[in-house]
Each structure stands twice: as C-alpha cells, then as structure tokens.
Design a protein around this ligand. Sequence first.
Ligand code: NAD
Length: 256
Amino acid sequence: FLEGKTAIVTGSNSGIGLGVARQLARAGADLVLNSFTDRDEDHALAAELAAEHGVTARYIKADMSNAGECRALVEQAGACDILVNNAGIQHVAPIQDFPAEKWDAIIAINLSSAFHCTAAALPLMRKAGWGRVINVASAHGLTASPYKSAYVAAKHGVVGLTKVTALECAREPITCNAICPGYVLTPLVEAQIPDTMKEYGMSREEVIEKVMLERQPSKDFVTVEQLGDTAVFLCSEAAAQITGTTISADGGWTAL
Ligand code: NAD
C-alpha cells in the first residue's frame, strides 16, 4: 500500500534502519538509504533492496552530525513522504568523565539530525498532501540508565520533538510518532557479546539474559523486522489518528 511513496531512512546501511527500510520496501515504498560512508557496498545494498522488492532505491551519503548535510539529504532525495529519523550512536561513561566531543556528537546525530531532516521534509510532505515522520527513539527516551547521559538526554529530546512536530501538523494528514525499542540484536549489539563474556566470565546465554536483557522482562530481543513492521503500521490508514505519541517495543522494560 506504499507504492509511489518515497521513504528516507537515516542511518540505514545496517541494523534497525536497514530493517525498517526493508519492511517499507516490502510494503511498496521507494527508498532513500543513508549513512556517512560512500562505499560500493552501500550503493549495492540499495540495488539489492530495489531488485528484491520491485521498488526504486538510492543510497545518498550524508553525515547526520552536520546540519547542512541533513537538509541536503532531503533536498537531494527530491521527495519525502515517509521520513524515518533513525541514525544514532552511543557512548557510555560517567558524567564527570564524559568527553565533551562525544556529548556534542550524540546530541547532533541522535537529536539535532531529526530536527533538521524534519524541517526539510515537512514542506515536501505538505506539497504531497500526506506524510509520516517516524522517529526511532528508545526505551531510553522514556527512562534512564546511569552512564548514558548524552544518549538519554538526546532520546528524551527526540520524544519531545515528536510531540511538537505532531502538534504543528495536527490539522494536516501528516503524523509524527516515536518508536521506542528495548534491546535489539543488531550487529552493533552482537559485537559486544564476546567482550562482555570475557569481562564477566559468562557464557553467551548468561551475558544475554543477565547483562543485556536484565531490564527486558520478556528476556527476548526485539527484532528489526518487528520494528520495521511497526513503522509500516504507522504509515497505514489505521494509524492516521495516532500522532505525537510513543510506541514501545521493549518486552515490558518501561512497565517495570
Ligand atoms: P547501528 O550502529 O547498527 O546503526 C546505526 C546507523 O546509523 C548505521 O547505519 C550507521 O551507519 C548510522 N550512522 C551513525 N553515525 C552516523 C552519521 N554521523 N551520519 C549518518 N549515519 C550515521 O545501530 P542500531 O542499533 O541499528 O541503531 C539505530 C537506532 O536505533 C539508533 O538511533 C539507536 O539509538 C536506536 N536504538 C537501538 C537499540 C538497540 O538495542 N540496538 C535500542 C533502542 C534504540
């Protein structure tokens, strides 16, 4: 049902962004993939998704830490019916040791890029008379953990921005919502398992259950397919009046 719609997904050459892009393409949307690299494999990924789902797909390099590049991404795409603000990074350290440049990078990539991309996309959505802004926040947009000051601040900021965007578009067929995932087994998270096994002298299963999924009552990871299908749902007519809110996919984390 998304044939003829163009979806821009920031930070979509891996993990959740790629999973969301794939499900949107399965529903018929044309894709603009993005990250800050410009490798052959980035463009090959777009070609692969296009062939797999019979849609058009392009990869556009843009560094989401740079306001001008965020806006240029949307301008270069030329159309944007669905904007998924997904790019994000993490750094873990106590506040007094937290490197200022890491703080700035996390706020820029995880929060400000959503503002700049939304600002550039809304005129295109208004011209088309329909739009969906989907922000990938986190359980950390609703709750906190120690040592993740920049990430938690940015993700709470994304939830706030989601509400303001929704209110500014409330009288138009444009919605804005945030998806708040718990732990997702992306390549990034997978890569942390061996080190954590060594650090705690634990088996893979123990690391997953006792360390990673400690706060996730389901004791199961969220999958990128589930998050992609949640994004597809938010694009559907059933979700037309869902706006300015958060959808948690966290195995019960925020119910604790
Ligand atoms: P990931 O590292 O696999 O993906 C992050 C994506 O952002 C990659 O495509 C990366 O290339 C891109 N990116 C990083 N810096 C960028 C920059 N400067 N410019 C453009 N793109 C950039 O991680 P992920 O787990 O898929 O995370 C995606 C989003 O989901 C993030 O916003 C993250 O905070 C959020 N999230 C992840 C989890 C989880 O458990 N993995 C949970 C909740 C929320």
